[in-house]
Design a protein around this ligand. Structure first.
Ligand code: CA
Length: 559
């Protein structure tokens, strides 16, 4: 999946972006001295004209490495191809042009293996595709289409537990039920008993153990009694997991998202780190470029510890979700200090993670299938949703975007509501709109469907497209080492530099509903000028000399 593009010259980028984002359009009506001077009527421009998207591809510089823009798809609710209301693989394949156009070059699929639930985190068979989602052929077709577009696919690999319907668990429980009272387990007769955390019911002292009816034994189920926890100390279990990983890597997947890493051994961080090390080493032995990202739903200091495992990425819960740094900064917008303090936090967390693993690639996200939707954390305010989206995408690392975030979708409360159908259009089924999980409440959407938002140049959709276009223009944004721009005085402005391959880019986020003007002193910072910008409405970012004008929630990219 090589997709290198020639690095556009800085000069070209500046001219291009200048004409797109800062309104210094050139060439209109320039066909002779007698022509009336023409003013550009921006209000009547289509979004495509306004953003000059014909020039986008040639100005992007997408590098084929593990710093990617991941799109997180909850398969059940994304796109339905056959009218049964359930999202499926063919549905996703039909939306790949959309995903590519948005600027995403990675996809994380929620679990697709055979399972008993709509979310499919209880795996019955790791080697098959759940029939609600399609067939292995559909999967192969999907992979082929992703490969063509340079999109890396990572699968959700759930090996903290299986389903109680998994063959291993069925074998183990049948065996235990067949034992005479007082008869000891013989692992040679049934090795599967050792695949799970099983103990005699009268010896259970902790919660989360469930009795195997008709036997003297109980099993651990951290999340649900239908999801027995695997015994990851067993070398047999590890061999089985390695086989599963190899099987999917042979199918072309580019890596895995590792579910529930904190529960491998609940409460035992060191042991969990060892599991991550083992699996990382195994995957790297298959292919050095495989990408692994773990779910460690915890604080910054715990995540730092888990990075000592050597795993490439861990979701950055310090920044995501309703109490993460990004939302907290936006909620205190305009207090005179939140911008500066966020900039320092970026450096502090980066340094700690790098100290644990110098090769780590951070994995920032705003929301996922377990968190409420970002629209809720942002009080439904469009400008906050936009700023949060940009802050997340412009963090160093491989950023993750939960499907529908680019439309400002809503969904909170019970889990099913957080997994509401992707809002393709108001026409419903004909555009692949899914029915959503059956236990879902009616989820009201505040912002329009994709079809509607496409028509509005200031929609959240167009803002997101611009975010990822800019990110794809400048490799420093994802790959750069972050530093605080101390000389920027306005405390509402989060001002950071990012350095990658000896190139430095400067980004200024005005986390404030008031416009501001800041000086970027040339004796401290070396740059040519404004190369890209983002604004929440028609008020544009501009720069004259060393002075940048940032409208409310405006963002300037300077190089
Ligand atoms: Ca379907």
């Amino acid at each position: 999946m090589k997709k290198f593009k020639k690095i556009a010259s800085l000069f070209f980028s500046i001219v291009m972006v200048c004409s797109v984002f800062t309104g210094c359009s050139k060439g209109n009506g320039d066909d002779g001295a007698t022509t009336e001077p023409t003013t550009v009527d921006k209000a009547s421009m289509t979004p495509e004209e306004y953003y000059n998207i014909d020039s986008w591809e040639s100005s992007e510089n997408v590098i084929d490495d593990n710093y990617r823009n991941y799109y997180h798809i909850f398969v059940y609710s994304f796109a339905d191809s056959d009218g049964d209301g359930v999202g499926d693989l063919n549905g996703i394949t039909s939306k790949l042009d959309y995903i590519e156009e948005m600027g995403f070059n990675g996809i994380w699929l929620s679990p697709i293996h055979q399972s008993t639930t709509y979310h499919k985190y209880d795996v019955v068979d790791y080697y098959s595709i759940d029939e609600e989602y399609g067939t292995m052929e559909d999967f192969e077709k999907f992979m082929e289409e992703c490969e063509k577009r340079g999109i890396k696919v990572i699968l959700d690999l759930v090996f903290n537990h299986t389903s109680t319907k998994h063959e291993w668990f069925k074998e183990a429980s049948e065996y235990l039920k067949g034992l005479e009272s007082g008869e000891e387990v013989n692992l040679e007769e049934c090795p599967y008993v050792d695949y799970y955390h099983i103990m005699k019911s009268d010896e259970v002292t902790t919660g989360k153990y469930y009795k195997i009816t008709g036997s003297d034994y109980s099993y651990e189920g951290q999340f649900w009694d239908q999801m027995p926890d695997l015994n990851l100390a067993s070398s047999e279990v590890r061999k089985q997991i390695e086989k599963v990983a190899q099987f999917w890597v042979d199918k072309g997947v580019g890596g895995f998202r590792l579910d529930a890493a904190k529960e491998f051994y609940t409460g035992q961080t060191e042991k969990n780190i060892e599991v991550l090390s083992w699996f990382t080493d195994y995957c790297k032995s298959l292919d050095e470029d495989l990408y692994l990202v773990a779910e460690v739903w915890d604080s910054f200091s715990t995540i730092s510890k888990y990075y000592t495992s050597g795993i490439t990425s861990i979701f950055d819960y310090a920044y995501g979700d309703s109490s993460g740094h990004i939302i907290r900064a936006i909620q205190s917008a305009g207090d005179g200090k939140t911008g500066k303090s966020l900039a320092s936090t970026f450096v502090k967390t980066q340094d700690a993670y790098l100290n644990s693993n110098p090769n780590m690639i951070n994995a920032p996200f705003l929301s996922n299938h377990d968190c409420g939707r970002i629209a809720g954390f942002s009080s439904g305010k469009q400008e906050r949703i936009k700023m949060a989206g940009a802050l997340n995408a412009f963090m160093s690392g491989s950023s993750f975007t939960y499907y529908g975030e680019e439309l400002g979708m809503s969904g909170s409360g019970k889990d099913e509501n957080k997994r509401a159908p992707m809002y393709w259009s108001d026409f419903g089924q004909m555009d692949g709109v899914c029915a959503g999980p059956s236990a879902m409440d009616e989820v009201k959407q505040k912002f329009g469907s994709l079809e509607t938002q496409k028509q509005d140049k200031y929609s959240i959709y167009w803002y997101y497209r611009n975010i990822y276009h800019i990110k794809n223009m400048f490799p420093e944004i994802a790959r750069g080492k972050v530093a605080v721009m101390d000389a920027i005085e306005d405390g509402n402005v989060c001002a950071i530099s990012k350095t990658y391959n000896d190139e430095t880019i400067y980004i200024l986020f005005n986390i404030n509903k008031e416009a501001t003007t800041v000086k970027v002193p040339t004796d401290k910072y070396s740059y040519e000028g404004l190369v890209a910008s983002l604004a929440i409405d028609e008020n544009e970012v501009s720069m004259e000399g060393d002075t940048v004008t940032l409208p409310a929630y405006g963002i300037a990219v300077i190089k």
